[in-house]
Design a protein around this ligand. Structure first.
Ligand code: 13P
Length: 352
């Protein structure tokens, strides 16, 4: 492992003014997104959609530091035969790859999940590196429960169990250590879901337990913190909580929480959007960066909050590619500004 090079890549991923595009939806998830815009989820449509994003010159060259790809996409070529990975590199962004293989039910822990995909991961990482990936992502899912949403939340207020937190943290650290051995920067993503009716303080407490355990495992497994990026949720009210915390409260509590759990050796933190609206996700990031100074760079690694608008504008029609790219560039610019605490809500209205 060359830690200086890993650190260089990690710092580039959190370049001020830029952030990460999470375009690594699994086949099931992208189908759900396409269903919403009445587009059939074929291999060609998935390629066309992602090619549209990666050819958004303004967004990609100015505001996007890296792109997280799904396995199918990293091997795909654009319509003209150029590998999609090359389009990303030509725009000056870094290709990355989601390497977890989804979740499975955690035995003896009703309603809880463990992320899988460690088997043969070293071999897969070597192939992804050869194809151009310089960072990877692994997402652990922690459900606070009580929400009863979509078959989840069945464990009630007793979840998350310590078991779920420990096994997921262990897997995250195993993955991170394997990545660094393969000269790939791991994005460590322990996501505490915002599904449910819990308040912001419950989210804070659970996220604190999760992050503390995750960093404990990272230390045990000798992961070099200078060569990784953390991708956490924010401290935020559950979606169904009757009392929604303000932007300022989310920003202050998230910064306090991260300061208490995340060592300064970590070069950057890139948040997931997790179901927040596009503008909320931007406003929260901006408010945190306005608090500064902070020990690490804070930016975005958004999926839905970057892609909802371009998906709608595109709607599967070749004639709408320019409109889709404009919508993507707008959101990328707004989040780029938020990554330096220089966004304001007026910029959204003027663009509308
Ligand atoms: P969202 O921003 O839609 O939560 O997606 C980010 C991501 O990569 C989740 O793993």
């Amino acid at each position: 492992m060359n830690l200086a090079d890993l650190n260089k890549v990690a710092l580039a991923m959190v370049t001020p003014g830029k952030g990460i595009l999470a375009a690594d939806e699994s086949s099931g998830t992208i189908k759900k997104r396409f269903d919403a815009i009445k587009v059939e989820s074929t291999e060609d449509n998935r390629r066309d959609y992602r090619e549209m994003l990666f050819r958004s010159q303004e967004a990609m060259s100015k505001y996007i530091s890296g792109v997280i790809l799904y396995d199918e996409t990293i091997w795909q070529n654009a319509k003209d035969g150029t590998p999609l990975v090359k389009l990303i590199e030509q725009a000056g962004a870094i290709p990355g790859i989601k390497v977890d293989e989804g979740t499975q039910a955690l035995p003896a822990c009703p309603g809880e999940l463990v992320t899988v995909g460690l088997d043969r991961l070293a071999e897969r990482l070597a192939k992804y590196y050869e194809r151009g990936a310089r960072f990877a992502k692994w997402r652990a899912v922690i459900d606070i429960g009580g929400g009863g949403t979509g078959g989840r939340g069945t464990g009630g207020p007793s979840i998350p169990t310590m078991t779920a937190i420990r096994v997921n943290a262990h897997a995250l650290a195993r993955y991170a250590a394997l990545c660094q051995a393969a000269q790939i920067v791991p994005i460590v993503e322990p996501e505490v879901l915002m599904d449910g009716d819990h308040d912001i303080d419950r989210c804070y407490d659970v996220t604190q337990r999760v992050l503390n355990r995750t960093f404990q495992e990272l230390r045990v497994q000798r992961v070099a913190l200078e060569g990784m990026i953390l991708k956490p949720n924010m401290a935020i009210s559950g979606k169904k909580c009757p009392k929604q915390a303000s932007v300022q409260e989310v920003a202050e509590k998230t910064v306090r929480l991260l300061k208490s759990c995340v060592p300064a050796a970590v070069p950057g933190i890139a948040f997931l959007s997790g179901g927040q609206s596009d503008e909320e996700a931007t406003a929260h990031l901006d408010a945190m960066n306005k608090i500064g100074p902070l020990p690490w760079r804070l930016t975005f690694s958004y999926g839905r909050a970057l892609q909802a608008a371009p998906q709608k504008a595109w709607s599967g029609k070749a004639d709408n590619v320019a409109a889709g790219q404009r919508a993507f560039s707008h959101r990328a610019r707004m989040n780029g500004l938020a990554s330096t605490g220089t966004w304001d809500a007026g910029l959204e209205k003027r663009a509308a």
